[in-house]
Structures are given as C-alpha cells and as structure tokens.
Design a protein around this ligand. Structure first.
Ligand code: G3P
Length: 224
C-alpha cells in the first residue's frame, strides 16, 4: 500500500484530465513527487491507466472496479485488467458510482486477490464504520453535498472527519482514513491531518486549476 500521509487526485471524467491531459497531469505529479518525496497518487479512467503508468513516476489507481469473474462479461472493469494495465490500487463506491454493500465487499476481496490497494469511499460516519468491517486498505469519507464545492469538508464539517477516524479505528485500527470534498489548499490538507486523517482525496481543486503545479505544491506543503 502507498505511504501515508497521502494525496490522491481523482481526475474523474473531466475533459481537462482525459487522454493526453491525464498523462500530462500524471507527469507533473510524478515530477513533484520525486522532488518533494510526497506520497501522491492519481486515479484515472481505465483507458488512461497504462499511459500514465508508462511514465514510471507515480502510482496510478483505477476509479472503480467491478467484481465480475473473468469470462463472458461485457462492458465491465475487471480487477485483473486494471492490474494488468499497471494500476496499483482502486477507488470503490465513490459517491458518483455508488455500489451495494455486497458489491463493495466483493470488490475489496477481488482487489486483495489481484494485489490492488482498495480505497472505499463513504458518505457519513455510519457507512465509514460499516465499511471498516470489510477491511479495505483505506476509507475516504466524502460528504456528497460538499463534493465539487469551494468549502473543504475540514471546514464545513470537521466532526464528520474526526468521528469517522474514531469509528474506523474502533473497528479496524489498521485501516487508513482519508477525507475529501472541497479540499483545495495546503491548509485544508493540514487541517485533515489535525483531525486524524491519513491524507486527502480531491479532484476539482487540481483538475480545474489554472496553475495545477502551484496548487499541487501548496497541497504538498500542507502535508508537512
Ligand atoms: O474523489 C474526490 C472527489 O469526490 C472530491 O471532489 O472536486 O470536491 O475535490 P472535489
């Protein structure tokens, strides 16, 4: 599993981070990770995994996997396929791709089987606690109503972060807890650490930034 504290940039399906632009962002993040020794990860669309991995400078995650068996299944994201493309981890149950509990459990099992770090996204303290019982590698608490907004979860609702950390650690002390939604600055990253989080998961603050390098450097500074 990747080192924490960690910054995971989920590029989602933004055109600003699709195809060659996903590779450009991975190249920038890889350069900054090498320079600063910060633990950075990019989560990209399936079609962009291998090109980002080929840069050889940054761990790459999938944004989703399906717990389908190899064989006659059409249009699903096979865990073995993202592993073969070079991904080292995957998001599971992002609020923009919600799964049933049984499917989350099956995805974690398959991620473990093929050797992928699993980051299960949750929306409140109760789901964070429930997900902890499934023993993913990490949990990322992200209140959906704050996603894409300008106010960080660490400001808008710090208790959901600290309470999720307590709840997860009470069930599975080894599971790392990240937070996300509205995270934009190094101050937000520092605040996340003060609340007990092992890192952050973010998207628009980097993807939509005019100066992505400037934003990434500020976020990295917040890890200190
Ligand atoms: O996966 C992280 C994402 O849901 C957070 O989005 O744009 O608020 O950083 P954003």
């Amino acid at each position: 599993m990747e080192q924490t504290p960690i910054i995971i940039v989920n590029v989602k399906t933004y055109l600003e981070s699709t195809g060659p632009r996903a590779v450009a962002m991975a190249r920038l993040m890889g350069t900054l990770a090498s320079e600063t020794k910060a633990s950075l990860v990019i989560a990209v669309q399936p079609s962009d995994i291998s090109a980002c991995v080929a840069l050889g400078r940054l761990p790459v995650y999938a944004q989703h996997i399906d717990p389908m068996p190899p064989g006659s299944c059409t249009g699903w994201v096979l865990p073995e396929a993202v592993k073969a493309a070079g991904a080292v981890g995957t998001l599971i149950n992002h609020s923009e791709h919600r799964l049933r509990l049984a499917d989350i459990d099956a995805c974690i099992t398959r991620a473990n089987a093929v050797g992928l770090t699993s980051v299960v996204c949750t929306n409140n303290v109760a789901t964070s606690k429930a997900a902890a019982g499934l023993l993913p590698s990490m949990i990322a608490i992200e209140p959906p109503e704050l996603i894409g907004g300008d106010i960080s979860v660490t400001t808008a609702d710090p208790r959901i972060v600290s309470d999720s950390v307590k709840a997860v650690k009470s069930v599975a002390p080894g599971v790392k807890v990240l937070c996300g939604a509205g995270v934009k600055t190094g101050e937000d990253v520092t605040a996340a650490g003060r609340l007990g989080a092992d890192g952050v998961l973010l998207a628009s603050g980097v993807v939509k930034a005019k100066d992505q390098e400037k934003v990434l450097r500020d976020l990295i500074a917040g890890l200190r």
